[in-house]
Design a protein. Sequence first.
Length: 386
Amino acid sequence: MPRPALEVADIFRDYGLAWRRANAGHVSLDQLKVMSAIACCRTAALGGHVARCEDCTHTVIAYNSCRNRHCPKCQGAAATKWLAAREADLLPVAYFHVVFTLPAAIATIAYQNKAAIYDILFTASAETMIAIAADPKHLGARIAITAVLHTWGSAMTHHPHVHMIVPGGGISADGSRWVSCRPSFFLPVQVLSRLFRGLFLAKLRAAHRAGRLNFFGNHAHLDDARAFKAYLAPLHKAEWVVYAKRPFGGPQAVLAYLSRYTHRVAISNRRLISADETGITFRWKEPDRGAWPVSDYDAIHPRVHPALPDARAAQGLPPHPSMRDVRQRQPCRQHRAGAQVARRAVPLRTARDVRGRSARRTARAATSVPLLRWPHDHHRDLRARL
């Protein structure tokens, strides 16, 4: 496959240094490691291998890959292996594709509380499926679930949702037989939506009381219990989107769709069109409102994004200066000293934070859900594996 004209690594090498300087003190160590790994991937910095023909002495140098979880050039083999393992787990029964989507109001605060809210999303959706399927009124069986977290939509916007691959049936309560669902109907989506809404909001309120949620910028007032309750009030009456249908291409088609995202970041090299100091232009796919996407869309449009994502936005801080200004004005010793003083001025953890951490550990230890989780590590604060 020919190398793309523009890669994410090229952008990191050209503009990464200026962006890191502009956002000094607001970029985590894991994020810095990811940027470094992608920039060095398949370059001399990581070493390589030399292959030479014994007859014509033609020499080819192949540089090593970073194998980072977030690199758009790596993880192809891992995705293929994941798909093969999931296909081997398939049973000779019908399967259903189920999707639980968070409302926009929850997605907004999830951007500032990724680990906590994505954990609630997984737990609430799994408990919803297990509870409704176990109800004799609907299926009356114990089911199995394979769940995958997506945090962006085809339009490349923040859109947290969970995809599930669920067999159309389960084991009876006494474990003696297989209970099948109807041929083209698994569970009522309206019942799933109501229970999922109640479970998620209850767990979200509990996380707020335990101090597991943090709010910045325009949402800083949600630290107050009354303000948070008022913020959630409209969501108790809103319709929460739950999708459940039997895929036309079978479970293999859905697994193939999911495998393209379990080991891939949102903006891959093939999406990039151009990059300069004013911004980055890339392709995005317009969603088809007629059906849930299980394959690539035909409509592809260019979109312009700021040169690199602003690490201060989630904290309600003013945006960093443009790349042109940063490159012309290097930080002096006084600015660097000021940044160090600002970092040392961070307040110490309060007793409430300590209690919140202890309660979180206790809650996780007490939770036992038979769920196969395949979350995107790169959506959980860019947790690099180096």
